[in-house]
Design a protein around this ligand. Sequence first.
Ligand SMILES: [Zn+2]
Length: 253
Amino acid sequence: MCTMTWNIEQGSYHVFFNRDEFKTRSKAIPPKQYSVDGMQVIMPLDPDGGGTWFAVNHFGCTFALLNYYQGNLPKGDLVSRGSIVKHCVGFSAFCEVYRYLQSANLHHFAPFSFVCFMPEGQKGWSVRLFQWDGVALSIYTPRPPISSCAFDIEQVIEARKLAFEQMIRALPEGVNTSLDFAQLHQSHHAHAPTLSYCLHRHDSETVSFTQLTVDHLAIHLSYCDGPPCQTTMSERVSMMRSMPPEHHLDRAV
Ligand SMILES: [Zn+2]
């Protein structure tokens, strides 16, 4: 269970991610900067699976993983999906992600939605959704929000989409909207708490909120280590951005 939204602007983009988990799951290790095979990466870590659900590398490429409950669970032993983000975190082009997912044995993974942001040309940004439904891999150019939920999925998706559209309609054009996006992610549905962006169920809740900004020069990641409606943001983690190799600035997928 998770919800993500984003806003791509001229030369920069912002991602907002609520992680919803069962209350029995261990607390994640908040985001820090790591060196992975010579690549600087900012990511939180999940002590249960040993992987992560969200990472950004020093090229400014972002990788976010959500469950896809509408898919079919493959039979046999499954590998934690958190390993997918860690495997792809050095990539800087969609074609690299696609090649890896095509070559990996996805039948060892439960269904997932894998959202990646990559540079497009010298200054632009692009987003793709790689979706594994337990049978086949599909690629989409998604629109926000993306939600995953184990219960009442259609109702939840519809309610969160409606709340997103209402927020966008209420914004004056050309205004920096990161604060509005952050407020949406800590909002509660007026009548049905289980449809909220900030989720509170008897067995599960929104356990963290991640806010990322990538611009031409730098990467900034802030994190709420608890339900965003009642937790203040931690000090943000930042790093300078490097340009990826020229030949990676493509739209091969
Ligand atoms: Zn809340």
